[in-house]
Design a protein. Sequence first.
Lengths: 431, 297
Amino acid sequence: MSPTLPSLSRRGVLGLLGAGALTVAGCAPSAGGSGGTKGVSDDGVKDFTFTGWSLNEAATKKPLADIVAGYEKSSGAHVRTVSYPYNDYLNQLLLQVRGGNVTGVAQCDGAWLATLKATGKLTDLGAIAKGAGYTDASLALGQVDGTQYGLPWTSGAIGMVGNQTLFDRAGIKAVPSTVDDFEAMLVSLKTLGNGIVPYAAMTKVDQLKDIIPWMWTFGSPVVDNGKVTVGDDGSVEAVTWYKKLYDRKLIAPALDRFDARALFGQGKVGVYEDAPVGRGAVVAAAKDKSIADHLTPFARPVQAKGDKPVAFAWGGVLVVLQGKGSGAAAKFARSVTADQATSAGYFVRTGNPPTTTRALADPKVTADRFVSDFGKRVTVTARTDPFWAYPQYAQIEQALATQVQAALTGKSTPKQAMADARAAMQKLVDG
Amino acid sequence: MTAATAAPERTAAREVPRRAARRRGRGARTGALAAVVVIGCFGLLPVYWLVATAFSPTGDVFAFPPHLVPRHVTLAHFDNLLHTPKLLRYLVNSVVVSLVTAALSVVVSAYCAYSFSKFRYRGRRSLMYLVLSSQMFPQALLLITIYLVFSATGLLNSYLALVLSFATFTLPLCIWMLKGFFDTIPDELIEAARVDGAPNRVIIHRIMMPVAAPGLVAAGLFAFIRGWNDFIFALTLAGPDRQTLPPGLVNTYVGEFQTAWPDLMAASLVTSLPVVIAFVVLQRHLVAGLASGAVKG
């Protein structure tokens, strides 16, 4: 009914808002890079604000409220909570930070850290992280240019998850280790019929960045020392292979992760890619809840035997914003992320894997077969998305995704599409 | 014989084109009916799907292929609403903000529109287009500017912030809508009142405003719905305590990993009732107001 902006979709409006917020952040005199980074100082203020998207989500709301209440009781601090929906979170946080209207601790997706760092309002948490026992991989999730801006809260990977029931029905004895085996497995799954999508790979532009690990698999570094290498043999081969799966209907058009989870939950998908915490959404969408017992995580197949499998690193951190109460906020962030009982308890209730070696070894965590297997088979192969280092990472990945989709739909050849993608991406990387 | 047979032949000859015309008429009516049904389905299917999803168990919602008619019916999602008290707060905020926006828009735009329509002064036309030009800016750009201004003036996280920001969009359109309406009211009415010695104040409030009531209702409804539906301004400017329904519902039901579609649909169904009721009650005025303002003369 709204008559405003008939020519702009909501996505467009939000994108513009994000770009505007970034511009405001970038142009403001106090905004800056690492030069403005301050460590945390205890100013004696006990109360602070906790901003996040998990504070209001059905799966995490109650466990988080309990953690906050417990901390308030033990520390005597008052924690004010502010929540924004995940999809709008970064834009809102950027505006609030630039407007000087938010301090304290804030939840941050690993992908957004460089963007948030560009505001110049994050504190260096290196001293706070010391001795907390975080794993190296999870610590890396909270770093930009070597500085520890975030304390890792949950960390894992986005990896392959199979439906063991369908594997058994298709006579698949072992999960595939090479791309050829994988393709053969998809063909077997396809023969089951009944509308089953053998591999619910991402084919919507929003999440087509998932092709990057396949490009790694086929030997492309994707980006190397600030030089985009998309368009090289490995990336073209990966897109050509992806298109082959698309043309043979082994992957389906216009799928995103939300669709993939819902279809997987209905037993209509053989393999899809997700973080371990996505299991909750799969089970919620399933009529037969026992599907939780049939999830099989496995490492991404490699091009040739002996190659190392790869996966996208995934996770979230807590950052502390400069301003009143930053010392108290940092103590809270460390308690939430590194206290063994807190993080293991949070895992049990939400499925978010913890980030310290002690919590990962906690019986509550190790007793979970799926997460334990996922950690051993997938998380160990995780590599950080190389574009997360750039504040404009979303636009860079959008440029890649648009061209991959052009290749999939036949509007361009894989070679031409990747050459076009490289030109657009390099322009964005160079700023 | 000739005369006797010629008459029925003439009648029969006249009947043929009549029957053809009737057939054409029936064909046109059937075509129109089919078009109405198709367009109606197109418009109502999303509403039907909202209702069907609200009453379906979660497992059924994601069934593939989907069921057009729910196989099982549940009230569990409506029961969940009762255990989500903050929805009531969002609802109250939405009602307050939308009503105040509508009232403010109607009052201010009525005077502006009357001035534009019935007075002639230097710069009138430029001013009219200046008012309209605020509609040409992307919403997000205005939002950033408004955010910074409200932040500097301490207006953030208040009802006033929402009302003022909504008014930036509702006022221009309400002014233009009401100007069109006032243009249809003959100037002779004003002149007759003047002859009777009525001052401007009386002419505006006692004569023009009652005549313009359908237009005022239409403008008010438009502003109300605009305030009710807004997402991005409310999300950015309202803060947690003044959040309205659209961001509140998204914040509650749309998550990082999943969306609680049945709960969201149940909440949407319940919370849309006030607008539906207002629309049903006032639709006569809305149609009259929009139609009258649509043509000049």
